[in-house]
Design a protein around this ligand. Structure first.
Ligand code: ARG
Length: 464
């Protein structure tokens, strides 16, 4: 493995003395931006080809640069060339290797561009590759959730508000709620991607270039929809990074909430879910423990992604136009958010695919807690009683049940029910059964099995 490019500093001509080693390392970013290496090379190839076509480089020089850049990429891929972390950043490293190998031809690649344009370009190219991968990961989680949902269209469980049993629903319905949230996350990534899709190349550090660069050509060659509108904006802007950090934070917050449900459901108190042993951990002291560490860690990592978003807000707030070295701090936060969400999506999918649901426990939890109280009130509404009176009647019924030691309104005799409202008839009992409470919520968005099957089909079609 050869080492190259480490000695290249692109800016020391003006300075009589250089920073010492520690200070140089402090301002270097290669450890973070080395992951942009292939994007940097791709950008340089497009730039060099354009310089050649515009007559700013000889055809021979442009060809030599292109071949050498292709070879550098291949060598890095194969491991024959190592990225030297003593270089300042990935842009300096690549230009240093080119110069070592090609002399003045290497020295000519930077005409009409700045590292400010390069970094803005490289991150965008990287994100154009990375976002579709993340989108696929989210869609894979949605598919996994829908696979489980399909098996549980009739699996009744309590729905909670304030973490108190509220109304009956199905596991399938609950999982579709998660999938719908993830579906919006996919849309948010897609939308952010559209705004990233502008080529900053040709910004020339700030105000454009005096050289006859062809910005349309490099933009098209690199697969962008258009060159950016304003040179200064294209190198000062990091709102694409901020937006993506926000989208990552939202996605991670969703995962975090799902995982909180999983942690609750896996407790002895709920016992709704049995996580696979491979997706659980033990305790170093309590031999009986089977802990939902994966769910907890995914939940906890929402702190990290929210923190990264706040880092970027703080970085940008009050930053004068245009490029300032502060912007170098953007990548660590952004990359960490992307990596965190990607790994959490994979972990969440694995954990969910291997989990078993205790449908008996879920159904049993619907038989107490008066989850049918809203159904009783709505029964009276259908019989013509104003809702507020129906609500009061059902509330009084619940109080009477509690006083009599009944755990459900259905335990009351019809005579007792009629004491509360003469509108009650024997047909109410069938409607107070958990299965009926679910089956009768047939309206769009409801929890009735046939409606949830429609939701699954719709989500599947959107995910395909
Ligand atoms: N490593 C730098 C960054 O990530 C590249 C741009 C440096 N530009 C400059 N004018 N110092 O932001």
């Amino acid at each position: 493995m050869s080492e190259a490019g480490s000695s290249a500093v692109l800016w020391d001509g003006r300075l009589a003395t250089k920073p010492d080693a520690e200070a140089f390392a402090f301002q270097a970013s290669i450890k973070v931006d080395k992951r942009l290496v292939f994007d940097d090379i791709e950008g340089s190839r497009a730039h060099a080809a354009m310089l050649g076509r515009q007559g700013l480089l000889s055809a021979a020089a442009a060809t030599a640069l292109d071949a050498e850049l292709a070879s550098i990429a291949a060598e890095i891929r194969s491991g024959a060339l190592a990225i030297d972390e003593r270089a300042e950043d990935i842009h300096s490293f690549i230009e240093g290797v080119l110069t070592e190998r090609l002399g003045d031809v290497g020295r000519s690649v930077h005409a009409g561009r700045s590292r400010n344009d390069q970094v803005a370009l490289d991150i965008r190219l990287y994100l154009k590759r990375r976002i579709p991968e993340l989108r696929d990961e989210i869609n894979a989680v949605i598919s996994a959730l829908l696979d489980i949902a399909e098996l549980h269209a009739e699996s009744i469980m309590p729905g909670y508000t304030h973490l108190q049993r509220a109304q009956c629903l199905t596991l399938s319905f609950h999982l579709c709620a998660w999938a719908a949230a993830l579906r919006r996350d996919v849309q948010r990534f897609d939308c952010a991607l559209r705004r990233i899709d502008e080529c900053p190349l040709g910004a020339g550090a700030l105000a454009g270039s005096t050289l006859p660069l062809d910005r349309e050509e490099t933009s098209a060659a690199l697969g962008f929809s258009r060159p950016s509108l304003n040179a200064m904006d294209s190198i000062a802007d990091r709102d694409f990074a901020l937006e993506l950090a926000a989208v990552c934070a939202i996605t991670q917050t969703h995962l975090s909430r799902f995982c909180e449900d999983i942690v609750l459901w896996s407790s002895e108190e709920f016992k709704f879910i049995d996580l696979a042993e491979a997706w659980s951990t033990g305790s170093s002291i309590m031999p009986q423990k089977k802990n939902p560490d994966f769910a907890e860690l995914i939940r906890g990592k929402a702190g990290r992604t929210t923190g990264n978003m706040v880092t970027l807000f703080t970085l940008l707030k009050g930053l004068p136009y245009a490029y300032n070295k502060d912007l170098q701090e953007d990548k660590e936060a952004l990359f960490d958010s992307l990596d965190t969400v990607a790994s959490c999506l994979r972990m969440f999918r694995g954990m969910m695919k291997s989990a078993c649901f205790n449908t008996e426990r879920m159904a049993a939890a619907c038989t107490s807690g008066f989850l049918e109280a809203t159904d009783a009130a709505e029964y009276l509404v259908r019989k013509g009683l104003p809702f507020r009176k129906a609500h009061e009647t059902a509330a009084n019924l619940v109080r009477a049940c509690i006083a009599a030691g009944h755990d459900s309104i259905a335990r009351m005799s019809l005579d007792c029910l009629k004491l509360h409202s003469p509108l009650f008839e024997a047909d109410v009992y069938a409607l107070l059964e958990p299965a009926a409470c679910v089956a009768t919520r047939r309206l769009t968005g409801g929890t009735a099995p046939e409606e949830v099957r429609r939701q699954i089909a719709k989500l599947r079609a959107q995910t395909a």
